[in-house]
Write a protein that binds this ligand. Structure first.
Ligand code: ZN
Length: 369
């Protein structure tokens, strides 16, 4: 049996329509190149595989120490959280293809989208969900809570309550041991149980633990969207990134990459004490009409100082009136609507045809420059 995490991308998605990006033409080719690079590289080193085997016996403070040591020893540029390589390729593609009129990524005149998500890692995290959700609600936000179905007691009453309050519940792996993609056989066995959890939580979305990813294998899940990819993140065990800051179609589901660095990376590994990096990245994403998707964990927002950083960032977000504040399932269903729109170029100016076409608009890619 193969323990390779990924087959070559061309074998993963043998029909060309299976991966479909936000834009066509040269900009779309740049998106494809960067996606394929990530798919080729997204595998675990032998060291990490070994680590996950022994992880259950390593106390959490030791794990955090190991992780902090690794992250601080990594040589990254000061702006590691910006997908600079991708954007420079993307901009030169637009230069050569600047008359291309495309459907704006976001509906209702919004310039960008903001999507808040949380992965709930432990029983202690589960216990702080309600408080954190209330803080978001006070500032006018709702978010997605990704629950590990087979690791800690799941408070089903709370999940129902969150849904009634306008939040969303997603599924976060099987038991979060870092071995989900270790072999195809193990994955298939777990996929059945993950599908049961998806049904019983009423979820439409998934995020893999440790953002390990194999979009081909994930096709076995009964989901509308996956959120295990990211634009850039050198600190993950499966480092890399797809570069692009918009959703894309991966086979049957919509892929929603996260684009704001995780709380764990900023606060635990790098010792950041302000939301500076989130605020800067948000401004960067605005210029690209991108999607700002954030992963935070109730488990790591566990001190008044860290909660305060998150609260300040939410206050900043609340002031951004050109940001569409969407749940991941709303972003995914918008992406499907957008995908069904057609541009009728024979009319002057060109018209958008299709359901919800009144919510969409055309814009020129050169506006990115
Ligand atoms: Zn996790």
């Amino acid at each position: 049996m193969t323990d390779r995490l990924l087959e070559p991308p061309q074998r993963q998605f043998d029909r060309s329509d299976r991966i479909r990006f936000a834009f066509d033409g040269l900009p779309g080719e740049v998106l494809r190149e960067h996606f394929e690079r990530d798919a080729r590289q997204a595998s675990l080193s032998a060291k990490f595989k070994m680590y996950y085997r022994f992880r259950p016996w390593i106390p959490i403070p030791v794990r955090q120490l190991l992780q902090r040591g690794r992250n601080q020893a990594m040589e990254v540029s000061d702006d590691w959280y910006l997908p600079s390589d991708f954007v420079s390729d993307f901009r030169s593609a637009i230069d050569r293809d600047s008359n291309r009129l495309v459907i704006h990524p976001w509906p209702d005149s919004f310039q960008m989208a903001v999507v808040l998500t949380h992965d709930v890692e432990t029983a202690a995290g589960m216990e702080s969900v309600d408080e954190l959700a209330k803080m978001e609600e006070r500032l006018g936000f709702r978010s997605a809570w990704n629950i590990v179905p087979h690791k800690y007691p799941v408070d089903r009453g709370l999940l129902e309550d969150l849904k009634h309050r306008g939040h969303e519940i997603g599924v976060h792996g099987y038991n979060h041991d870092g071995r989900l993609f270790e072999s195809r056989r193990l994955f298939s066995r777990r996929a059945e149980l993950i599908n049961q959890a998806i049904e019983s939580f009423g979820s439409t979305g998934f995020r893999a633990p440790m953002v390990h990813r194999n979009l081909q294998w994930l096709q076995a899940l009964d989901i509308d969207y996956d959120a295990s990819c990211f634009d850039v993140d050198p600190f993950q065990a499966m480092a890399g990134g797809v570069g692009g800051v918009w959703p894309f179609f991966a086979g049957k589901f919509v892929e929603l990459p996260y684009t704001l660095p995780q709380d764990h990376t900023l606060f635990v590994s790098l010792g950041e004490t302000t939301p500076r990096i989130w605020i800067e990245k948000l401004a960067y994403l605005r210029k690209l009409a991108g999607m700002a998707m954030l992963i935070t964990h109730p488990d790591y927002l566990d001190t008044p100082e860290r909660l305060e950083i998150y609260r300040i960032f939410l206050e900043h977000l609340a002031e951004q009136t050109d940001c569409w504040k969407a749940l991941p399932r709303e972003a995914a269903s918008w992406w499907r609507l957008r995908d069904n729109l057609e541009v009728h170029g024979s009319e002057r100016p060109p018209q958008l045809i299709g359901p919800s076409s009144q919510r969409a608009r055309l814009f020129s890619l050169s506006d990115f420059l």
